[in-house]
Design a protein around this ligand. Structure first.
Ligand code: FPP
Length: 251
């Protein structure tokens, strides 16, 4: 049986984009899968499986309503510390997902990118990630960044090392280093910073996610576990965002 079913669209009924000012870039920390499973007496991997379904629904919804960039936190550099069977289940889920569902995003014209250190994954997963990036690169729709083996401190260290290397090799002059240059050494080079980061599950933490990029991001914490998160919750987060008065340090 196909893991993710075959529906083509998110089933969006409203068009929130006509109602509010939309963020260009949304980040989501997909949190609460474990608690969702525990509440039901199920193994944690059952929560991740449900979380994967929510991921697919919300990704399509974001594309349908005209979000230009979506970044989802799927696996952090710290998540390797989880019990072996949970990490194994997540790797299995990523593999099934990359094999059977990412091609599905073709209908939505979604560009798929992975941010994070791919080299931490099995050669098989790395190949699937590269294939998905290559086959979707020429699409024109929403850019979906899937953060896997991603940690923002690692991303910043990598950027600093690459800048140092480029200065040392003469490719770059020290006087050229400013915040926009540093942004271009991040995995998200060329993309706007996230306007909105949503964290379901009621936790008030950033958990090493987009530290550089979120300097002026609006945070919305939702009291829903990720597998229970719906397109209505997404609308609610977008409405909360639209009511914020963004001042970027000004008055
Ligand atoms: C955090 O919840 C969630 C994760 C570490 C995994 C997120 C992965 C998915 C949603 C799978 C789908 C992703 C793709 C790209 C197919 P948690 O386990 O920390 O929950 P808890 O805080 O309740 O324990």
């Amino acid at each position: 049986m196909a893991l993710f079913g075959k529906s083509k669209k998110s089933g969006a009924s409203s068009d929130i984009s006509k109602e509010i000012i939309m963020p260009a870039h949304v980040g989501i920390i997909m949190d609460g899968n474990g608690r969702w499973a525990k509440k039901r007496g199920l193994p944690r991997k059952a929560g991740h499986r449900e979380g994967a379904k929510t991921f697919r629904t919300i990704t399509r919804y974001c594309s349908d309503i005209g979000i230009k960039y979506l970044t989802v936190y799927a696996f952090s550099t710290e998540n390797w510390k989880r019990p072996e069977d949970e990490v194994g289940a997540l790797m299995g889920l990523f593999k099934s997902y990359l094999e059977e569902a990412l091609s599905d995003f073709k209908d939505d014209d979604i560009v798929v990118r992975f941010i994070g250190d791919k080299s931490g994954f099995s050669p098989e997963l790395q190949t699937l990630m590269n294939e998905n990036e290559e086959s979707s690169a020429s699409r024109k729709g929403m850019v979906l960044n899937i953060a896997m083996n991603y940690g923002s401190r690692d991303e910043i260290v990598r950027a600093v090392k690459n800048i140092a290397f480029d200065v040392k090799s003469g490719k770059l002059d020290e006087s050229q280093i400013d915040s926009s240059l540093v942004s271009n050494y991040m995995y998200t080079a060329g993309q706007p910073d996230p306007d909105l980061i949503i964290r379901p599950s009621g936790e008030y933490r950033i958990s090493n996610f987009m530290l550089w990029q979120s300097a002026y991001t609006e945070f919305v914490i939702m009291n829903k576990l990720w597998p229970d998160f719906t397109t209505n919750d997404m609308d609610e987060a977008l409405r909360i965002f639209a009511q914020r008065n963004r001042r970027y340090g000004g008055v």
